[in-house]
Design a protein around this ligand. Structure first.
Ligand code: ADP
Length: 268
């Protein structure tokens, strides 16, 4: 019989070359496709800084060999590109680790107020550099949840970092810890932590896809602020492991609020 064939057309413009790819998307082997997409994405993300590095090495070996000013400038750019590769590799390793951990329930008793305070303190230099102030409101004084403290630090570091990176125009980030209440979807008591920025916001049609690996609203902006596109994917896996939930509400031009709900009872 005749079947519809769907083609995905991607355009990649690298330097001067424009590459048009036609991919047959009809096959129902979605998992395989996802894995191939992931490998292709990783390769592309690593190749871009690598190409830049090789280009600068060549220039340093040739035209800029005896130019100390150019040398310093190029070495700065090279360090920037190498750092970008390191962040990507670090995030890839985190992602793999949290995926492997997902079946093991975390059992530490985590004091959320103290954890949030230390996350914010750790991000102070970054916030200051962006001209952002981060406020912490502990509506619930002392709340503990069963969890993996190291992973929860990673969750809130990623969320507050995003609020700083993409919320800078609004200059204000607010983190709040709310008292435990009954959560309908989770059918359990949960505490809510919100991270709110007054930044550029996110158009509604993007919201559902933000936790996909390498999904970015604005590629250029994400790279500029040092994003890997993996932050929210890592966050999602960690929250799943804690049997929690995350919601993202946003209004273009107004800002974004990310809410994390974490169950308070022992995880089974
Ligand atoms: P990245 O490393 O690119 O920041 P994330 O997975 O953390 O990747 O986020 C995915 C995308 O979601 C970002 O590239 C950005 O476009 C968007 N995003 C995340 N948080 C915010 C926010 N607070 N305000 C606006 N856009 C955001």
């Amino acid at each position: 019989g005749s079947k519809d064939v769907i083609y995905k057309v991607s355009v990649a413009a690298a330097q001067r070359d424009i590459v048009l790819t036609f991919e047959d998307q009809t096959a129902s082997e979605e998992a395989g496709q996802m894995r191939r997409d992931f490998v292709a994405n990783v390769s592309h993300e690593l190749r871009t800084p690598l190409t830049a590095l090789l280009g600068f090495i060549e220039t340093l070996n040739g035209a800029a060999k005896d130019d100390p000013v150019a040398r310093t400038r190029f070495l700065d750019i090279m360090a920037h590109e190498a750092n970008r590769m390191r962040r990507l590799v670090d995030d890839l390793m985190s992602l793999t680790r949290v995926e492997e951990d997902e079946r093991v329930r975390p059992r530490e008793k985590v004091e959320l107020g103290a954890l949030l305070a230390s996350v914010i303190k750790g991000l102070e230099p970054q916030a200051a550099a962006a001209g952002v102030s981060v406020a912490l409101a502990l509506v619930a004084g002392e709340e503990t949840v069963p969890g993996d403290a190291g992973q929860l630090v990673q969750v809130f570091t990623n969320l507050v970092e995003n609020a700083i990176k993409y919320g800078a125009t609004g200059k204000e980030v607010r983190v709040a810890l709310m008292p435990r209440t009954m959560h309908q979807r989770l059918r359990a008591e949960a505490v809510q932590i919100t991270v709110t920025d007054k930044g550029e916001g996110i158009a509604e049609h993007h919201l559902a896809r933000l936790t996909e690996r390498f999904y970015r609203v604005d590629n250029h902006r994400s790279r500029e602020v040092g994003g890997t596109g993996l932050g929210l994917a890592i966050v999602k896996h960690i929250i799943n492991r804690h049997r929690g939930r995350m919601t993202i509400e946003s209004q273009l031009g107004e800002g974004t609020t990310v809410s994390v709900f974490l169950p308070t009872a022992r995880l089974s």
